[in-house]
Design a protein around this ligand. Structure first.
Ligand code: HEM
Length: 495
């Protein structure tokens, strides 16, 4: 390098300025002993090592070199990444409290400002979680009354699909309507007709947001928010869509307020409003409008997109593997027949069907990176000191696809959940809903939905692909917050 060359000198000066600016601006913790990781560059950290379309795959690859715990630098902030069953279990279950914070990426901050059940931390989160869990249970989560609601909704879904008369259709929208109606019944107290225009618009806004949240655009926003704020692109659409959803939700909250009877909560919104009234003289109460609005938004989004995306994948996988679909048909015919509706108590008698549902969840790996966690205090963990507020990534994909835990981790294999006698076999490594204190709040509801919707659909139909089965691609189009499946048409033939 020739230091007398003015070009080289200018480059060195610019690089030095960038380094100084980066070291001043980056939130590199002053204290703590973070685990070692790949060498990071100024400004962009380790971003150049991340496949923005499937970031979890890059992290798992790096863990082969740096071990089960390592530090990965995003632009200006470090993440402690954990890969593999043992360490994820230790962090989420044994040290559940220590890692129960929610790290707010810039996009999550913009959407929620730290309000609401899914994106809050500390005392606010504890209160909202306790309240939401008990309210969801009061309105039937995991109980008979919600089972009946799902059974009824499954029949609406069957009718809508039967109306297609066996011609090719994309099940995505109808399945999304059905799943969403379950959480709508609990949160708003009613369901929507599948041809309701407003419902269509809401579901489109949700689906579009999940797609954008899972895209490279959001990765860019989370790393360079100040620059991206000035750039056009889909990340801007998310904010607009949330604003539109909030208009609808605020309208629902207002009409609930007008018809509220304090001794008779009809749904989640009523229960929250009653709690707000009880705590209105408490200056530090968490039961305030912002937490109500964002919690309802969280439940609506999480309750709509997760179960419905899983069901879409399930239909796709069963259409690709007709022998697996036939085996479920046979089991349903033997145990339930065609005259009565499938019920939750049938699950123990349908071990193969149950195994297929679990395997769908394991194989699709719906939330591969999990939602972002955060250290709640300065934490000693495996010989390192992780400072309070550090972003922690317990990579669920590294558990659901671990070589050490599954016989054929990368292929669809219901035997992962069956013993040698064909009985259902539980697995500790089944962490599709995450684990520990912050695990999915809607797990028991989602499990009921998946079982009842899928058995009802297969009691009534055979799903055949329109294209050649072997051309159905069961890998994700992209993955970020959720994995997004390819879109295919199917023919649902009545049985
Ligand atoms: C197949 C269906 C579903 C899957 C795979 C799933 C998965 C997950 C995962 C991985 C998390 C993050 C857990 C963590 O941070 O460690 C989560 C959180 C959450 N889920 Fe689900 N979920 C599903 C369905 C539902 C449904 C139906 C609801 C509606 C009630 C729901 C509500 C939530 C909420 C509110 C949170 C945030 C909990 C918190 O931050 O404390 N989920 N879910």
């Amino acid at each position: 390098m020739n230091l007398n060359d003015p070009g080289t000198t200018l480059l060195l000066v610019l690089l030095s300025i960038l380094l100084v600016v980066w070291s001043l601006k980056s939130k590199r913790p002053q204290k703590g002993r973070l685990p070692p990781g790949p060498p990071a560059l100024p400004i962009i950290g380790n971003l150049f090592q991340l496949d923005l379309k499937a970031p979890h795959k890059s992290l798992i690859k790096l863990s082969e070199q740096y071990g089960p715990i390592f530090t990965f630098w995003f632009s200006g902030y470090p993440a402690v990444v954990m890969c593999g069953f043992e360490i994820v279990k230790e962090a989420l279950i044994e040290r559940g409290h220590d890692f129960s914070g929610r790290y707010l990426f810039p996009i999550l901050k913009k959407i929620s400002n730290g309000y609401g059940i899914a994106f809050s931390s500390g005392e606010r989160w504890k209160q909202l979680r306790r309240f939401s869990l008990s309210t969801l249970r009061n309105f039937g989560m995991g109980k008979k009354c919600i089972e009946e609601r799902i059974q009824e909704e499954a029949q609406f879904l069957v009718t809508a699909i039967r109306n297609k008369k066996g011609s090719p259709f994309t099940p995505d929208f109808l399945v999304r309507c059905a799943a969403s109606n379950i959480i709508c019944s609990i949160v708003f107290g009613d369901r929507f007709e599948y041809d309701d225009k407003k419902f269509h618009t809401l579901l489109e806004l949700i689906a579009e947001n999940i797609k954008i949240l899972s895209s490279p655009w959001v990765q860019m926003y989370n790393n360079f928010p100040k620059i991206m704020d000035f750039m056009p692109g889909p990340h801007k659409k998310i904010i607009q869509n949330i604003a539109d959803l909030n208009i609808f939700l605020n309208e629902r909250i207002r009409s609930h307020k007008e018809s509220l009877q304090k001794d008779l909560a009809r749904d989640y919104i009523d229960s929250f409003l009653i709690k707000m009234d009880e705590e209105k003289h408490k200056p530090d109460s968490e039961f305030i409008h912002e937490n109500l609005l964002i919690s309802v938004l969280n439940l609506f989004l999480a309750g709509t997109e997760t179960s419905s995306t899983t069901l879409r994948w399930a239909i796709q996988i069963l259409a690709k593997y007709p022998q697996i679909q036939e085996k479920i048909h046979r089991e349903i015919d033997e145990v339930i027949g065609s005259c009565r509706r499938p019920a939750i108590e049938d699950r123990v008698k349908l071990p193969y069907t149950d195994a297929v549902i679990h395997e769908v969840q394991r194989y699709i790996d719906l939330a591969p990176m999990n939602l972002p966690h955060m250290a709640t205090s300065d934490i000693e963990f495996r010989g390192y000191l992780i400072p309070k507020g550090t972003f922690v990534v317990p990579v669920l994909s590294s558990v659901l696809k671990a070589d050490s835990q599954w016989e054929t981790p990368d292929s669809f294999n219901p035997n992962h959940f069956l013993d040698e006698n064909g009985c259902f076999k539980k697995s500790e490594s089944f962490m599709a809903f995450s684990a520990g204190k912050r695990a999915c709040l809607g797990e028991s509801l989602a499990r009921m939905e998946l079982f009842l919707f899928l058995t009802t659909l297969l009691q009534n139909f055979v799903f055949n692909p329109v294209i050649d089965r072997k051309d159905i691609d069961t890998t994700a189009v992209m993955s970020g917050i959720l994995v997004v499946p390819h879109v295919y048409k199917f023919c649902a033939i009545s049985r």
